[in-house]
Design a binder for this molecule. Structure first.
Ligand code: SAM
Ligand code: SF4
Length: 327
């Protein structure tokens, strides 16, 4: 099997595939309040085009694909796409990141299509606060979506909580209790300064090393590993099945082991979450490039992958919004 190796000797095995830049929420750290600048659907890769690109990545050793967005469930017929991708040679793991607001009606079809596991964004368990963070999101819909996912056997279910100073840092204990009771994994994420929401994000930044210390005084935390290839550092809470992951792009960045690239809905391959290095695949696809040519283009693109992000050194550097590449 071919392998994609970047200039810093990292093996690229994981692709985050953004299937839309639209979303039914407007989380303050992810999208600007006034966001209307949606890419036109004709610029979006079709399912046929996406399938070709993922097939090429599969042939080059990428085995794990995560469907993301924007909110992936707002892309019509997502489960059809999932079924097509799950069947491709080399693709061993198909997962989904979602806000779960529409998961109730999609969970069964996604499971049937071959999605195995999901990550759900959930920053608050208080309906009013949840509504404020997401700018109108309904917590009850998300909780229903989570129940539906559990009922159809999507597992593991990981809760992604962006921990924000003065916003939801008083809810970490509640979220621990919720995840213990429901059998979910909890992942705490440091806010990254993305897009023009960067300044607000910097003000809300919470160093998760402090959170871990606080949790460590309350619970017995045993370091553990969890499959899934993400950058989280996990602990298990002694006496429970709960695993807590800490994703610390700012306080302890994990660029040295970065194994991923991101494809946006318009066919741009982004080589780093925090840098602008990118490569346009859509023009090649629409010019009728061969399968071999597409693989060569991907190899060329990977040679552009930068060594690391600079969130800490240049927090004011404006990169795109997270909603474009799906986190
Ligand atoms: N809509 C889906 C969701 O919310 O899970 C998928 C896309 S969303 C962009 C993916 C993840 O990125 C979410 O867990 C979200 O909380 C996280 N995210 C977005 N903006 C962020 C930021 N500025 N800093 C840290 N995490 C962020
Ligand atoms: Fe939408 Fe997810 Fe971004 Fe929130 S984090 S605005 S749910 S894409």
């Amino acid at each position: 099997m071919a392998k994609l190796i970047d200039p810093f000797n990292r093996s690229i095995e994981y692709l985050r595939l953004s299937v839309t830049d639209r979303c039914d929420f407007r989380c303050s750290y992810c999208m600007p309040k006034s966001f209307k600048d949606f890419a036109e659907p004709e610029h979006w890769l079709s399912f046929d085009e996406i399938e070709r690109v993922i097939k090429a990545f599969g042939a080059l050793g990428v085995s794990r694909i995560r469907l993301t967005g924007g909110e992936p469930l707002v892309r019509r017929n997502l489960s059809d796409l999932a079924a097509r991708l799950a069947r491709l040679p080399g693709i061993e793991d198909l997962s989904l990141s979602t806000n779960a607001s529409q998961l109730t009606r999609h969970a069964e079809a996604l499971k049937q299509a071959g999605v195995r596991r999901i990550n759900v964004s959930l920053d608050s368990l208080r309906p009013e606060r949840f509504r404020a963070i997401t700018q109108n999101g309904r917590l009850d819909k998300v909780l229903d979506g989570l129940r539906a996912a559990k009922a159809v056997g999507l597992a593991p279910i990981k809760i992604n909580m962006v921990a924000m100073k003065g916003v939801n840092d008083d809810e970490i204990d509640d979220m621990v209790a919720f995840c213990v009771a429901q059998g979910y994994t909890l992942r705490l994420i440091e806010t990254m300064p993305m897009g023009s929401s960067g300044l607000e994000a910097s003000q809300q930044y919470l160093d998760l090393r402090e959170v871990r210390e606080t949790l460590g005084r309350r619970y017995d935390l045993i370091p553990t590993v969890m499959s899934g290839g993400g950058p989280a550092r996990y602990v298990r809470v002694k006496g429970t099945d709960l695993r807590i992951g800490f994703i610390t792009p700012i306080s302890q960045h994990f660029c040295a082991t970065c194994n991923r690239v991101r494809l946006s809905v318009d066919g741009t391959l982004y080589l780093c979450l925090g840098q602008d290095h990118h490569f346009e695949l859509r023009p090649l696809l629409r010019r009728g490039i061969s399968d071999e040519g597409l693989q060569q283009a991907i190899i060329e693109a990977i040679s552009l992958k930068p060594e690391q992000h600079e969130f800490q050194d240049k927090p004011e550097q404006v990169v795109r919004f997270m909603s474009m590449t799906g986190g």
